[in-house]
Design a protein around this ligand. Structure first.
Ligand SMILES: [Fe+2]
Length: 418
């Protein structure tokens, strides 16, 4: 697979001793940009041309589309405004690869991204290389770093979000295939990581705390402003809910007892015929699940994954507990009181995805990034096994519709003090 022009690797080689560039310098941004572009290609590398075109449901996008869309993002929001001499690779790509930016013009309907057979994979790689070169030249020569580098930064974080989606979306596609395709034969579930808190057992949080991002480093606008919250005394489980616990829920009629479910959740159970988490298959009396390593036996000791908010909420009710709020989670995570807060499964919160007090969306077209989605979705906290390194924060707010379960999503429980 063709790789983008990675200027720093060409200059220095993989193993040459290079001092870490100063944060905010041209070299810092060149390196950050090259690294994230390379990671996207690394994730796409195991995929065939056919793999990269398929769209298995409206919410999932083809890998080729992800690779092109993140490239269009740099072209639209960085090169067009800041490189007057920039030669657009193909004017028609703006229609194909704009996602939801109304201010940036008309676009291909989301459910029809899988119909984009042209440009092909090779031309998409050329598009990426063209934009890579132009962005690198801009970083090297701009006299307006104050305006340019923040857009490079949001473009890098945006591409990292799509890196995760590339994996969740291809897993959904592979899960529709009865031959159980394998993305990575060596894939393994992440090792469990203990929180560093010395407090034994589940941690009690209570009182007035600050949550949200202080703006001293990168954050998305939806994490701001930092603000005070008042927490009622509540204990957050150190551990994620496991497959073994989920099997108990199933055996106890979890999926057949309407009283455990929100009305919308129960309607979804009935409409979708849910009887187990997403990708679970019952084969010869045993449960298996589709993973990036193909079909694997469900391990009772591992965290449950690919459950929706509706399922997480029903499980918590069955257990006589609750899901944490995002404020409770953030306070406990900052105290390092949660095992596997990051890097395993996103954790559903009982918090609706809504603006923080005083929230103001970014100015301009990038104001469409987060704010307009603050309705009818629920928050997930932490990060997952598919989240790229360096993309997680205590204040990070992910969000999905309550029926979504193709993300690497699980849960932990909370119990209020009586
Ligand atoms: Fe995007």
């Amino acid at each position: 697979m063709p790789r983008p022009a990675l200027r720093l690797q060409e200059l220095h080689g993989e193993n040459a001793p290079v001092a870490e560039p100063t944060r905010g310098s041209r070299r810092f941004w060149l390196k950050a940009f090259a690294a994230v572009r390379a990671e996207t290609e690394r994730r796409a590398a195991p995929l065939s041309t056919e793999d990269q075109v398929v769209q298995s449901m409206p919410e999932a996008s083809p890998a080729k589309w992800h690779r092109a869309h993140v490239t269009w993002f740099f072209e639209q929001f960085l090169l067009r405004p800041f490189t007057p001499s920039y030669r657009t690779f193909d004017e028609r790509f703006a229609f194909l690869f704009n996602s939801y930016y109304v201010a940036a013009g008309p676009r291909q309907a989301r459910p029809q991204r899988g119909l984009i057979t042209r440009p092909g994979v090779a031309e998409t790689a050329s598009y990426r290389a063209h934009v890579d070169a132009a962005v690198a030249a801009l970083i090297e020569t701009t006299a307006n770093g104050e305006a340019v580098f923040p857009i490079v930064e949001i473009g890098v974080h945006h591409e990292q979000q799509h890196q995760e989606l590339m994996l969740t979306d291809i897993l959904h596609a592979f899960a529709q295939n009865a031959t159980h395709p394998v993305y990575d034969a060596n894939w393994q579930w992440p090792e469990s990581v203990s929180g560093a808190s010395t407090e034994a057992g589940d941690t009690l949080v209570a009182g007035i705390h600050m949550i949200g991002h202080d703006g001293q480093s990168f954050s998305f606008d939806n994490e701001r402003p930092a603000h005070q919250v008042l927490l009622q005394p509540v204990r957050l489980s150190r551990a994620l809910v496991t497959n073994g616990e989920w099997l108990e829920f199933m055996a106890d009629g979890g999926y057949t007892t309407s009283g455990l479910w929100l009305s919308d959740g129960w309607a979804t159970v009935e409409a979708q015929g849910w009887e187990a988490p997403g990708y679970w298959r019952h084969v010869d009396g045993a449960w298996f699940t589709m993973t990036l390593g193909g079909l694997r036996a469900v391990d009772p000791a591992l965290p449950v994954c690919h459950v929706s908010y509706y399922e997480a909420d029903a499980f918590a009710r069955w257990a006589g507990k609750h899901l944490p709020s995002e404020a409770e989670w953030e306070v406990a995570a900052k105290a390092e009181a949660l095992d596997d807060a990051f890097g395993t499964v996103w954790q559903w919160m009982r918090s609706a995805y809504s603006p923080y007090p005083g929230y103001v969306a970014e100015e301009g077209a990038l104001g469409e990034y987060n704010g307009k989605f603050m309705i009818n979705q629920m928050v997930l906290r932490g990060s997952s096994l598919a989240t790229p390194a360096g993309h997680s924060r205590h204040t990070y707010r992910n969000f999905f519709y309550p029926s979504a379960r193709w993300q690497f999503s699980g849960l932990r429980l909370a119990e209020f003090e009586r």
